[in-house]
Design a protein around this ligand. Structure first.
Ligand SMILES: Cc1ncc(COP(=O)(O)O)c(C=O)c1O
Length: 116
């Protein structure tokens, strides 16, 4: 649904690597060109993200959104740090790019399942 609403098949999207295989399969099935940004123990590397946005800015490749799994990421299990979240919001405004936040694992559910 997000693909159909926000992008044309040739538009690129930005994803973190690794990322949720189900999300990537949807984007691939839609013919999207994905730009992968590496992650570490604090989540997506925001410096690399900024470089990529800067490179894509004004090119024919019109990026529309960044797909992120910020909490208990699947498959890496990392949670995006507060500092990087703030930076990503700043970049989203600066480069006029949407953030698609896929957060199926909320703290409420985790507590509900007795995992913490
Ligand atoms: C990041 C992420 N998004 C979405 C889903 C899909 O969730 P659901 O099976 O509830 O549609 C999963 C499932 O593992 C996931 O890890």
């Amino acid at each position: 649904m997000i693909e159909k609403v926000f992008i044309d098949p040739s538009d690129p999207v930005i994803v973190e690597l690794p990322s949720y295989i189900g999300g990537l399969q949807v984007f691939q099935g839609y013919g999207t060109h994905m730009h992968g940004i590496a992650t570490d123990h604090d989540g997506i590397l925001v410096d690399v993200l900024e470089e990529t946005l800067e490179q894509l800015k004004g090119t024919e490749e019109h990026y529309k959104f960044i797909y992120l799994v910020p909490d208990f990421q699947n498959p890496a299990g990392v949670t995006l740090s507060l500092e990087r979240r703030k930076k990503i919001i700043e970049l989203s405004k600066k480069y006029d790019v949407l953030i698609i936040e896929d957060t199926p694992f909320t703290l409420y559910e985790i507590l509900d399942y007795g995992l913490l």
